[in-house]
Design a protein around this ligand. Sequence first.
Ligand code: NAP
Length: 490
Amino acid sequence: MSTVVAGASSRDAGAVRPEWDRDAALVGGQWVRPGGRTVTEVENPATETVIGHAADCGVAEADAAIHAAGAAFPGWSALAPTARVAILEGLASALESRYDLLVQTTIAEVGAPLSVAREAHVDTGLAVLRGYLDAARELAWEEHVGNSLVVREGIGVAACITPWNYPFYQVLAKVGGALVAGATVVLKPAELTPLSAYLLADAVVEAGLPPGVFNLVPGRGRVVGEALAAHPLVDMVSFTGSTRVGSRVSAVASETVKRVGLELGGKSASVVLEGADLDSAVRATVDACMLNSGQTCTAWSRLLVHRSDLDRAVAIARERAQGLALGDPTRPETEIGPVASAAQRHTVIGFIERALAAGATLVTGGADRPAGLPVGHYVRPTVLAGAAPDAEIVREEVFGPVLVLEAYDTDDEALAMANGTHYGLAGAVWGPDRAGAVAFARRMRTGQVDVNGGAFNPVAPFGGYRRSGNGRELGRWGIEEFLETKAIQL
Ligand code: NAP
């Protein structure tokens, strides 16, 4: 990605759709072009061509957006929750009317295959927003405790900083909860994937949200992101991204003692207990690990099986990974698209090469470019085994289509292995009986566990233990994240 002057010709400007050719920030309800009139190019990771532009904002635009959000806060937070929900119903409808464009945008800017773009990205994002609206109707906004009236109100100005892997979903997981809570928002989307955030801004304008309630400031993390985290008029930073940057955001935000919500990385284990349906468990784990080219924070990137099941598990995983259709994300039959950027491909390939150099066995895949795909940031779905327990590939997040198989001898050993990284975001347990699997799940130090293929729930709390972050998104927990609590003594 590069920064260019607005209006300058780009590699294939003719292919740029008007909805993807943007050069402004949304500040106080107005589209404002940043000083210097610079834009960043947005690349399609499957074609390596430029398919759009976004404003490259600076500190001045961030500051203006924060002031606009601050000015809008008293009016927005004073509305009854039912009145906010009514306005946000209009936002949900405006997004739903853009469904096909949102799917096309997700395919183009993320490289997600059609079915993944529909279900995992856009459907999930819309379900999360609808889930917030439903939860708002049930939430105890006020209660009496002895002689106190306890009221819950929006925290103020919320800065939302989001990553590129599920850009539409991740933005709504924050912005939906914040707006329902009565907070006002300044959003900085990821530089790689700003286009779906622009579609959200269009929907905000169409739905008639009061000016300044939602502001969009695309730009670089080290410029706009840090300005938001540091700003004294920002009451909360809600960040999703890497543990490294989340730690930096926390440090910057601490100067002004603002609330910080962090949704960070993971290295989640799928644990197959003895006697489980090995075939289903291994296939489902391969699919979940490779979903979105492995660029899922909750990806089950480790598969733990009993030593007596290891050879069979390796064979099933090999067969399943080799059967995944890798290629052009616009083709309906494609299951795995490219990773999001050349830099990400370089990172993933590096992990595979270092794992092999450190003694892991290649079950399938590998660091080579896949045959027949000379263009695009493609990585072969890769399965590794035989890595040492303390190997990088076992402990560190790859964020690519790479699964590592490990063998355990006892359930206690499996638990220690599953809990043995700094992360704690997700996981899975497969067992012959639900009660035993749930008992194991209770002992896992992680924010989400799926038992025997339990499905994602868009209104259940989502978030991490330890270095996977703090705070929770989705459902009522994702609204509470953006609430202050006040006690009025009577
Ligand atoms: P990232 O590099 O940490 O970036 C995330 C966001 O932070 C981007 O908008 C980025 O802007 C911005 N940023 C970068 N440096 C910053 C700084 N110094 N101050 C403030 N903001 C800054 O993460 P990513 O590579 O986009 O995303 C991948 C990571 O996100 C993975 O580790 C993944 O596990 C994690 N993730 C977690 C969850 C969850 O819910 N727990 C969900 C999805 C992803 P630029 O785009 O300009 O760099």
